[in-house]
Design a binder for this molecule. Structure first.
Ligand SMILES: [Zn+2]
Length: 136
C-alpha cells in the first residue's frame, strides 16, 4: 500500500527549488520511504517496489496547482506593486513612491501571499491519498 503525501514547501518565499514532487511510500511492512513522484521507489526495509509513475493523487494535483497559484500570485504581486508605485511616483513624487512600494509590497507578500498559501495547504491536507499496489 502507498500513501502519497504532497510536498509542503516551507522555503518561506518562492516555490520549491526541486522539480519533483516528494511522496512518501507507506509500505505494507510499515516502513516509510520518501522519494519523488514518478520514480520507482524501493522500500528501504523489505525491498518491495512501488512504481509511482502516473500516480496523480488529488494531493499531488493540489500541490501542483498550489505551486502554480503561488507563482501566479507572486507575479501578479510584482505587477500590482509596480503599477501602484509608478502611479504614486507621478502623483506624490519620490516619497510617495517609497511609501507606496513599502506598504503595497508588505501587504501583498506578507498578507495576500500568506492567505493564498494557507488556503492551498488546507486543500492539500484535505485531499485524498492514493493507493498503489507493489510490483511483484
Ligand atoms: Zn516494506
Amino acid at each position: 500500500m502507498i500513501a502519497a503525501a504532497a510536498c509542503v514547501c516551507k522555503t518561506g518565499r518562492g516555490t520549491c527549488p526541486r522539480m519533483g514532487i516528494p511522496v512518501v511510500i507507506r509500505c505494507d511492512c510499515g516502513t516509510e520511504t520518501p522519494g519523488d513522484a514518478g520514480e520507482t521507489l524501493v522500500c528501504s526495509n523489505c525491498g518491495r517496489r512501488y512504481a509511482t509513475e502516473g500516480v496523480l493523487s488529488e494531493q499531488l494535483i493540489q500541490a501542483r496547482s498550489a505551486a502554480v497559484r503561488h507563482k501566479v500570485t507572486a507575479r501578479l504581486g510584482v505587477g500590482v506593486v509596480g503599477l501602484l508605485t509608478v502611479l504614486a511616483l507621478f502623483r506624490f513624487g519620490l516619497v510617495g513612491f517609497f511609501v507606496t512600494f513599502a506598504v503595497s509590497a508588505l501587504l501583498w507578500f506578507g498578507v495576500v501571499m500568506r492567505i493564498v498559501r494557507e488556503r492551498s495547504f488546507g486543500r492539500i491536507l484535505s485531499a485524498e491519498t492514493t493507493e498503489v499496489q507493489a510490483d511483484e
